[in-house]
Design a protein around this ligand. Structure first.
Ligand SMILES: [Zn+2]
Length: 443
């Protein structure tokens, strides 16, 4: 049976990931993400009233689903690999165009519910939950969601069992042998599938140009510990920022704050969204040790309390690691939130700058202001969530797919992954560098 894969989006540029797989007369959609930079630019437009799906597509902020117009009636399920917005963010706006359920793990489901609620969006699709490493039949296709380590909990590789062998969709993963939250990647099951004969592997090429192995999250934890140890005992304010969905990192920051005898406060809407979702699913328990403030008025009151009691008693964990203009950190640095930064203070960026022009410009601007105020800045206290060349090789060797389709990023990154495949003995006819909207027939 011919299996068709349409690389709808995320194959010509970073972001707005979406892939469609047609097996017989059934289609499964894999991920439905946003292009974050374009989405922010669109929603910042002065005329912006309400997000419209067609405008999101026009502005290159959401996948162009017209590439699969002729498959629309065949769609049986929309499976989401993990909670990052470049994989799930377009679900509230586009899923309703398909008469099919959204299928994901409990953590992703909680975040989807939270987004729908806070954005006041009514989504007609049912959300069906599959546990990590669980299975489900969607139409005639058997599906598995295998645990993978990444930079947010419950990241999965999606396996679609076709009559010609499984297709493994593994976008966004690293191979972390010592994760600080959650289980290791399910290499055991991948190995079993590899022995059965995998038809195709769609795989993340984000860090394919980086040689070696991506260090574990426990290394990032050590980096954080090192920085915190150097500040310990000092009479200063500390603000840390990282990806709100990176619960493992937030946990490490919280633990360090407690060790320093500081009260920990998480401030910001996105912080609260992911912490709530993590607690509802039993992944973390933060609120018995720290306070979480979501809304502007709550944050203002919390900062007043910090000013009253002394900022040296607190560790603030805030949104705004990319210096996004509306974030809590930007408001603190810009002075619209009352927290007087002074030369005794520390700001810790437990992240990297996502290489988009807006992010770079925003961060440069923020760092300039912090420098002017004499604030100490620690940058790049971070390890990536994406596997490098050795991790990719390991996956290829384990999964042994017949076809390899690099996903994510510029052509140079996908070409680097194709080169790794060639080094592992693959013929270029079986390694497919596809662009957005292309269709590939494999058998
Ligand atoms: Zn991700």
């Amino acid at each position: 049976m011919v299996v068709e894969i349409c690389s709808v989006s995320g194959y010509s540029d970073f972001g707005k990931n979406m892939t469609a797989v047609k097996v017989g007369n059934e289609v499964i959609l894999l991920d439905m993400g946003l292009h974050i930079e374009n989405y922010i630019n669109y929603t910042e437009d002065e005329d912006f009233v309400k997000v419209k799906a067609d405008e999101l597509i026009e502005e290159n902020a959401a996948p162009n689903i017209s590439f699969i117009d002729d498959w629309k009636e065949l769609v049986k399920g929309i499976i989401i690999s993990h909670v990052h917005l470049d994989h799930v963010g377009a679900v509230p706006y586009l899923a309703g165009r398909f008469d099919a359920p959204v299928i994901c793990t409990p953590f992703t489901s909680e975040v989807i519910k939270n987004i729908l609620q806070s954005e006041k969006i009514k989504m007609p699709n049912k959300v069906e939950v599959v546990q990590v490493n669980g299975k489900k039949d969607i139409g005639k296709i058997k599906v598995e969601l295998l645990n993978m380590t990444h930079s947010t909990p419950e990241t999965t590789a999606i396996v679609l069992h076709t009559p010609d062998g499984p297709i493994v969709y593994m976008t966004d993963f690293k191979l972390d042998a010592t994760p600080t939250l959650g289980k290791k990647s399910n290499l055991k099951r991948l190995e079993e599938l590899g022995k059965q004969g995998v038809l195709a592997l769609i795989i993340d090429s984000t860090n394919a140009q980086d040689e070696g192995k991506t260090p574990s999250e426990s290394v990032a934890k050590e980096m954080l510990r090192d920085v915190m140890a150097s500040i310990r005992g000092k009479n200063n304010g500390i603000i840390a920022t990282t990806f709100s969905s990176h619960l493992a990192r937030l946990k490490s920051i919280l633990e360090e704050g407690i060790k320093m005898n500081r009260k920990v406060m998480f401030l910001g809407r996105s912080m609260s969204r992911y912490i709530n979702a993590g607690e509802s699913c039993g992944i973390i328990k933060f609120t018995d040790k720290a306070k979480v403030f979501r809304y502007a008025s709550q944050i203002e009151n919390a900062l007043k309390k910090v000013a009253r009691e002394g900022k040296e008693k607190y560790l603030l964990v805030v949104s705004g690691h990319q210096a996004e203009p509306e974030s809590t950190l930007s408001k603190i640095v810009g002075g619209s939130l009352k927290y007087k930064l002074d030369p005794r203070d520390y700001v810790i960026f437990s992240c990297r700058v996502i290489p988009a022009p807006t992010n770079r410009a925003n961060r440069e601007h923020m760092e300039k202001i912090l420098k002017k105020q004499g604030v100490h800045v620690f940058k790049d206290i971070h390890q990536s969530g994406h596997g490098a060349s050795e991790d990719i090789m390991e996956i290829i060797d384990i999964v042994k797919p017949k076809h390899i389709i690099p996903a994510h990023g510029k052509l140079s990154m996908r070409a680097a992954l194709a080169e790794i495949a060639r080094e592992r003995g693959y013929d270029s006819a079986n390694v497919h560098l596809v662009s957005d909207g292309e269709r590939l027939e494999i058998e």
